[in-house]
Design a protein around this ligand. Sequence first.
Ligand SMILES: Cc1cc2nc3c(=O)[nH]c(=O)nc-3n(C[C@H](O)[C@H](O)[C@H](O)COP(=O)(O)O)c2cc1C
Ligand SMILES: O=C(O)C(=O)c1ccccc1
Length: 392
Amino acid sequence: MSSPEIPFANYQYEIYLRGSMMNQRPRRPLDWQRLEEQAAATLARGPWGYIAGGAGRGDTMRANQAAFDRWALSPRMLRDVAQRSTARTVLGTPLPAPVLLAPIGVQTLAHPDGELATARASARTGVPLVTSSASSFTFEEIAEASGDTPRWYQLYWPKDRTIATSFIRRAEAAGYSALVVTLDTWLLGWRPMDLDEGFLPFLWGEGNVNYLQDPAFRALLAAPPEEDMQAAIGQFAFQFSNPAVTWEDLAFLRETTELPIVLKGILRADDARLAAEHGVDGVIVSNHGGRQVDGAIGALAALPEVVDAVGDRLEVLFDSGIRGGSDALKALALGARAVLLGRPYMWGLATGGEDGVVDVVRSLLAELDLAMALTGHRTIDDVDRSALVATP
Ligand SMILES: Cc1cc2nc3c(=O)[nH]c(=O)nc-3n(C[C@H](O)[C@H](O)[C@H](O)COP(=O)(O)O)c2cc1C
Ligand SMILES: O=C(O)C(=O)c1ccccc1
């Protein structure tokens, strides 16, 4: 088990103590709504719209929030919660809490230190990050910065299999311990905020570094990127995604790596069963934070049926809409093995770099510990659907 620099239980008392004894207030709002407002004020229009924005009219983003409102926690009393633990093993990796940082590309949009800051925050908190294929630093550099904390790698499956294999080998060599394959973003969703700004951050400059120095990618180019950048970028844009992939192609990944494989973007029981039949180790119930299909089901609304269909065969993780400890607890109560935090840590990054991400992560873990305790649970494994009631 990685040991976090800072224990998160009693975090709130540390904050009160510092405030009352030393007159030191937190440097940034701990309320995520206000943190988001501060990030909005910090970031330029293009990056803000890209990170905050959703697809279409934003219906799916709203559905993600509404899905949490349909469940309420139903606290139990007098259950001795003096000794507690939020620890849980996820895909064979012991973690301080069932929480990871969701793969988010091109993080230099939020802060110049980008993924390196996030990775250092991961090292300090023991909460793993999932490094995106479209990272603004190479996944080797990010691995290095994340220290001893476990880390996972997210693959945007390229067209050319030699590049896919090269990425997977690089991830294995850099110590990534699971392969997350994103299924919902072969094509970018219709994102009006980005379209209004003409903002596509990952073509020139950001998000392509993993390609430009990859030996398998370079072998496909007539001239190296240093000599013909335009052609290299064209090839990157062509290679980046492969919308023709089907379930049959998963055999290639299964044969290519021993790492646990997690499919990200599952929203239905039948797809979850197909995932199980194709020998993957986990799925992430997710609608990509409402950035892909507007009008799609709120992610939490899809979680119970996926857990019922495959929960005994593989690990079901969850993201899209987690905005605090109670949200995490609700998803865990519905059977998620772990949850991934998305946009909120980008608000920490935008407003405070590495420290900002640490603050957001510590807050989430502290709030989760409290929500667990105050609803009458000593461990995450004690939490099940009996912790919830449907709201009228
Ligand atoms: C700015 C941004 C970039 C993202 N980039 C990736 C990515 O590179 N790969 C990926 O699988 N998901 C990506 N996602 C989706 C997240 O992993 C996650 O599914 C989503 O943020 C969850 O929704 P939430 O942030 O509203 O909780 C991105 C999300 C955002 C906001
Ligand atoms: O913007 C996104 O949601 C995303 O997943 C992505 C896609 C391509 C490059 C970087 C991030």
